[in-house]
Design a protein. Sequence first.
Length: 184
Amino acid sequence: MMRDRVSASILDAAATLLAEEGDSASMAQIAASAGVGRATLYRYFPTREALVRGLSSAAIDDLAGRIDAAALDQVPVREAVARTVRAFVTAGATWAALARIGREDWKDPVDLETRVVTPVRALLERGVADGTLRRDLPAQAVVTLFTGMLELGLRLVLEQGLGVEDASATTTALFLDGAAAQES
């Protein structure tokens, strides 16, 4: 249990520092921020790459947990889309360090596919099948467009300072209803 707390403390400190400073944050700064010595940091994460993999694993665990807790298959498609957007934007804001350091080698594609992409794809395919989402587009096109909207929704938080709830609501509305002016 103590090991998990120390690891979590290191990952939290790394997530904060890397989000603020990008790759310029040193391992010594991360150790100090976590309240541990450099030797302890290196015992848990022997290299910077191991630390980034640890961040990635924690981020995927967080997002997958949020997707699972959202019970996407138990609510109507529109509500499930809103829950999915909120999960992605919230987790993305929490783990912004991974976007800030700008590397793609941190992703575990199999874990991400199994735990995150598959349930989201199933939701969107259900929406196409039941007519909630457009049927004139292939389901994969809807998935591609949705993932693009998720990334842009996260950018509203990280780059434009919009709150998570506002960014989630805006992203959901644009995906489901488009950008056309709404009748009052």
